[in-house]
Each structure stands twice: as structure tokens, then as C-alpha cells.
Design a protein around this ligand. Structure first.
Ligand code: BGC
Length: 313
């Protein structure tokens, strides 16, 4: 009997889920609102219901669902199935795996959401041809996943790959939601890019196409304006690219991966963004001609589902 796996990508706003077969094909997928202000037991029950519903829609027979993988933001104790700390969902010490397993009666594994997306890209996306790679997701937050010899490297306490909280900027005055100051996430996440633009616009009266968005400006607005040659938007993009290039350079000389795979909503800006990061990355990594290549992710929003399923495969 063929086996199938469910991948769940737990986010602050939505839980995305899908049923994946052994070859890495998503048969059905869907998403439900997280409702993160509710007790975790209710969220776990909804996650289990989503899996049951997807299994029915995929036409799975009794016993064909072999396991469930979950990707969640934050620090994860994978061995015990516990979310140790998640600033995005505001959870501490939540035994999520046990709660989902109770409802479904199949093995449930968990990892960090960016680690799951890294596994997904490595399994069947842009990282397929690389034995070692570093995945960086630029979304509401900035997350990362390090894969060496095909395996996720999450470290002694689960903070391996928490690239978004690498300190890059001494002049930062505001706190990151992790409690730190000057984190990469504060400048290179979707929220960080929009904030950077608001700061630049408030600094003087220089005309800019970004002004029409007022305080509601998004990272996409900034990058679109930069693509059309707006000087202030280009200045913001250079700042974002510089700090990302700096972080990649430091990681290159620590991990020495074959590739950096850049994903998340912000990466929809495409090769334009990669080129800016590349310029600074090349400048900061001077000693290796063979350093890891920078490339765009391929699986979009599905990377987390593929990777979470891969976890149990
Ligand atoms: C969290 C990471 C997460 C990333 C993407 C960051 O704010 O600290 O754990 O992987 O956002 O969701």
C-alpha cells in the first residue's frame, strides 16, 4: 500500500497544509487561519482537522497516512516535539507534536519553518543539485535553514540557521521582536524593508514615487519603485542588499555551502534583488573564487509543505 505524508506550515496568520506522496508530489493543499490568540490545543485540533480533510480529499484509504511534519517559526526542540519559543506566535514551551499526534494517531515531527522550507527546496526545488546549501526566507520575518550533506544543521539548542537574528547593524535604535537590536530581520524582512523606506522618506523632502503609498508602503512597493529607477527606492534596496550580502558572506566563510537559495515573499522581486545582494556578497567574500552561488528559490509558498512532509518521509 502506497504511503503518503502530510506537511503543515504553521504561520502567524495561516496554517498551510498538503498531502505529499513518496516522490515529492503535492496531491492536495489548503490553508486555514491560525487564530494565534487561541490556546494551542485549539490550534492543534484545527491542524489535525485540516490533515484529516486533506487526506479525504486526496482519496487516502485508512492507514495510508504515514506521518505528519510541521514547520513552525521559532526555536524548536525537535526531539521532544516542543516549540521552545516563538516570537511570531508568542508561544513558549508548547508541546505541539503531542497535541496533534493525540488527534491523528500517526507519528508527528516538527522543525523550524525555514528549516522545513530549506528541506523542501533541497528535496525538490532550487537546491536539488546541491549537497550543501543555505536557504534564506525573506518574508514577514527573515528565517534560514542550513543543509550540510543533505541534513539540516539546527545546532545544540535549535538556533542554528536563525539567520534573521544575526546582528548586522550597530546604529539600529529600535528593538527586534526577538529582543535584540540591529538584526538582519529588521532591515531585510518585508516589514523591515517598508520601515527602512519610511525612514528614508521621513529624512528629507526628496521627491520619490514611493511617497504616494504614504505610511502603508510595502516591501513590494519599494522594490517595484526601485526597478523603475526611483533614486530613494534604489537607496533602500542597496541598504537591504548590503546587509544581506554581509550576512551571506559571513555564513559563506563559516559553512562554505554550495549555494544560497533565497525565498519568501520578498524574493518575488526576482533576479533584480539577487543582483544587488550578489554585488555586496562578492565584495565581502574576497578569499574564495569558488564560493556558494546565490540563486532564487523555486517552490514559493509550497516549500514549507514539501519540507515538513520530507521530515517524516
Ligand atoms: C523567526 C524564525 C523564523 C522566521 C521566518 C523569524 O522571526 O525568528 O524562527 O524562521 O521568522 O518565519
Amino acid at each position: 500500500m502506497k504511503k503518503y505524508y502530510a506537511g503543515l506550515d504553521l504561520g502567524g496568520t495561516f496554517v498551510k497544509g498538503g498531502i505529499v506522496d513518496e516522490e515529492g508530489k503535492i496531491l492536495v493543499k489548503d490553508k486555514i487561519p491560525t487564530g494565534r490568540e487561541r490556546p494551542y490545543t485549539e490550534i492543534a485540533a484545527d491542524m489535525a482537522r485540516l490533515v484529516k480533510d486533506l487526506a479525504v480529499r486526496a482519496g487516502l484509504a485508512e492507514g495510508q497516512l504515514a506521518g505528519v511534519g510541521i514547520g513552525s517559526p521559532g526555536l524548536i526542540d525537535a526531539e521532544n516535539g516542543v516549540i521552545v519559543y516563538s516570537n511570531n506566535i508568542r508561544w513558549e514551551n508548547v508541546p505541539l507534536c503531542g497535541a496533534v499526534r493525540e488527534q491523528l494517531g500517526v507519528p508527528v515531527c516538527i522543525t523550524n519553518d525555514a528549516n522545513a522550507a530549506a528541506l523542501g527546496e533541497h528535496f525538490c526545488g532550487a537546491g536539488k543539485k546541491f549537497g550543501s546549501m543555505v536557504f534564506i526566507t525573506l518574508g514577514t520575518g527573515v528565517g534560514g535553514g542550513i543543509i550540510v550533506d543533505g541534513k539540516i544543521l539546527s545546532g545544540a539548542t535549535g538556533s542554528g540557521g536563525e539567520i534573521g537574528h544575526i546582528h548586522v547593524r550597530d546604529e539600529e535604535t529600535e528593538h527586534c521582536n526577538c529582543g535584540g537590536k540591529g538584526c538582519l530581520e529588521q532591515v531585510a524582512s518585508a516589514t523591515g524593508i517598508a520601515r527602512e523606506a519610511r525612514r528614508v522618506l521621513a529624512a528629507d523632502e526628496t521627491p520619490s514615487a514611493m511617497r504616494r503609498f504614504e505610511d502603508h508602503i510595502s516591501a513590494k512597493n519599494v522594490l517595484d519603485c526601485a526597478k523603475s529607477g526611483d533614486a530613494l527606492a534604489l537607496q533602500v534596496t542597496e541598504t537591504v542588499g548590503r546587509y544581506l550580502g554581509l550576512a551571506c558572506a559571513q555564513i559563506a566563510l563559516t559553512v562554505d555551502p554550495e549555494a544560497f537559495v533565497i525565498g519568501g515573499g520578498v524574493s518575488r522581486a526576482g533576479q533584480f534583488l539577487i543582483d544587488v545582494i550578489q554585488k555586496y556578497y562578492d565584495n565581502y567574500v574576497a578569499i574564495s573564487a569558488n564560493k556558494g552561488v546565490l540563486t532564487l528559490a523555486k517552490l514559493g509558498n509550497d516549500a514549507g509543505i514539501y519540507g515538513a512532509a520530507r521530515l517524516v518521509l
